[in-house]
Write a protein that binds this ligand. Structure first.
Ligand code: ATP
Ligand code: MG
Length: 431
């Protein structure tokens, strides 16, 4: 089937509107790659000659917002979904690289120099990610750098010199290996060589970007194979040290088994790509071992120390990152429910918990891994868990749009108490 017939209508409408307004616009990157591979893209990226301000003028201020500092782009809201629309860029020259004052590392800290389509293609990371689809014209797939050939040969080749491209942005190393886990690609000789010598530089990337990538990996339906590739290429020890160090320990092995099952179920549409579940799944074994080191599969009995130990354990699992409290709470709530769903009789409060469906999913995974009796699941009513996959947009790591699809109860945002008025620190002249 030609690509045109496989495209979702909403991103096409965005492209058309930009073109009708006098700009160039194309579907780009992962979406074109996925379509050529015959997969349905989860997220569509759009590239255009319009600047962020011009994009906002086209779609209106209420339907769009500009995000990002390192990489400014525009989110366009369209029928409940968010689309990333980025302006064509070029590689900034040395003068334009507004690096840190003490930065000698050749990294690009701001990537906001606008350019032409050709220049935009040249600053994309890999040939398989640097293709554009011309929806409104007759150019079809626009491919400046052998992307289609590399896609057929399943090879991850850098656009340009990989040493320079990884120096500019070390996150590209992670992205290269991710493609291997995601699609069974292999790295080109040059990319492999550069990665082997440069992998430590991944630590120079900001932790928020790394956490964003890790979260995207965990939410995907290929989390386990991607983590395996990251471990094999020696990147996981920098990105997720606890997981890397426990890889062959009981916690790591169980975490990988759980992730494999979650991947399978997400791919089959039986589980949503919930961020809460994606984070809780590999966390559960670490929590089990922290709360009952003698016999992790016997779970734990809550006592006065449980909360403090669990909080510390969750912090340690993601020790490289300042895990947002919202996620820490969700991980804890989902994991805490697991032994409650295994107890008999199951308390009605546990069955009505907002995280019930995610905790039940974890119980189902444990039943499969340990060949526990099916009676366990029979006592736990199945509720519809299949919700449409949510696009995980970059730059949005703290919120959880998914809370909005929980039908009955949702997390409430705590209201801040108003602060008492400040006393003047210096006596006023009138006093
Ligand atoms: P996914 O399936 O994970 O969304 P993707 O390739 O679409 O994969 P995005 O993060 O959505 O990844 O990025 C969209 C596109 O932007 C990429 O395909 C690539 O062309 C470009 N891109 C993203 N990150 C970088 C980077 N660090 N350096 C250069 N180009 C990048
Ligand atoms: Mg994408």
């Amino acid at each position: 089937m030609p690509i045109r017939n496989k495209l979702k209508s909403e991103p096409c409408a965005i492209v058309r509107k930009l073109v009708e307004s006098g700009y160039e616009a194309y579907i780009v990157g992962g979406a074109v790659r996925d379509l050529l591979l015959g997969c349905e893209p989860k997220v569509y990226d759009i590239a255009t000659s319009a600047t962020p301000e011009e994009i906002r003028a086209v779609f209106g201020r209420r339907n769009s917002r500009i995000i990002g500092r390192r990489f400014r782009l525009t989110h366009v809201f369209f029928k409940k979904d968010i689309y990333e629309v980025s302006t064509f860029r070029r590689c900034p020259n040395a003068e334009e690289r507004r690096g840190r004052e003490d930065d000698q590392d050749g990294m690009i800290w701001r990537d906001n120099e606008f350019g032409t389509l050709e220049e935009d293609a040249a600053r994309r990371d890999f040939t398989v990610n640097a293709m554009y689809y011309d929806l409104t014209g007759d150019r079809g797939v626009i491919d400046f750098s052998s992307g289609q050939k590399d896609l057929k040969r399943k090879v991850v080749r850098a656009v340009g010199d990989p040493v320079q491209r990884f120096t500019e942005d070390p996150v590209r190393m992670l992205r290269a290996v991710k493609l291997c886990g995601q699609f069974g690609f292999h790295l080109s000789r040059e990319v492999k060589k550069a990665l082997t010598t440069m992998r430590e530089r991944i630590t120079l990337a900001s932790s928020s970007r790394l956490f964003e990538e890790l979260l995207k990996i965990l939410c995907s339906s290929k989390a386990e194979p991607i983590l395996s590739q990251l471990q094999a290429y020696g990147l996981l020890e920098y990105i997720w040290p606890v997981m890397s160090q426990s890889w062959d320990e009981s916690e790591g092995v169980l975490a990988r088994q759980l992730l494999s099952i979650r991947d399978r179920e997400v791919a089959a549409g039986n589980l949503s790509n919930s961020r809460g579940l994606a984070l809780a799944t590999p966390s559960l074994p670490f929590l089990m071992s922290a709360l009952n080191p003698q016999d992790m599969t016997a779970f734990w009995k809550r006592d006065a120390n449980t909360d403090a130990t669990a909080t510390k354990a969750i912090r340690l699992i993601f020790d490289r990152y300042a895990l947002p409290k919202f996620f820490a709470t969700r991980i804890r709530n989902i994991c805490y429910l697991v032994p409650r769903l295994l107890a008999r009789p199951v308390s009605p409060r546990a069955l009505n918990h907002i995280e019930y469906r995610h905790a039940r999913a974890l119980v189902a995974m444990l039943v499969e891994i340990f060949s526990w009796s099916d009676d366990i699941l029979a006592a736990l009513p199945e509720i519809s868990v299949a919700v449409p996959p949510l696009p995980v947009q970059s730059g949005d790591v703290t919120g959880d749009s998914e809370a909005a699809v929980v039908p009955a109860r949702t997390y409430k945002r705590r209201r801040r108490r108003p602060r008492p008025p400040r006393k003047p620190s210096v006596a006023s002249p009138e006093s």
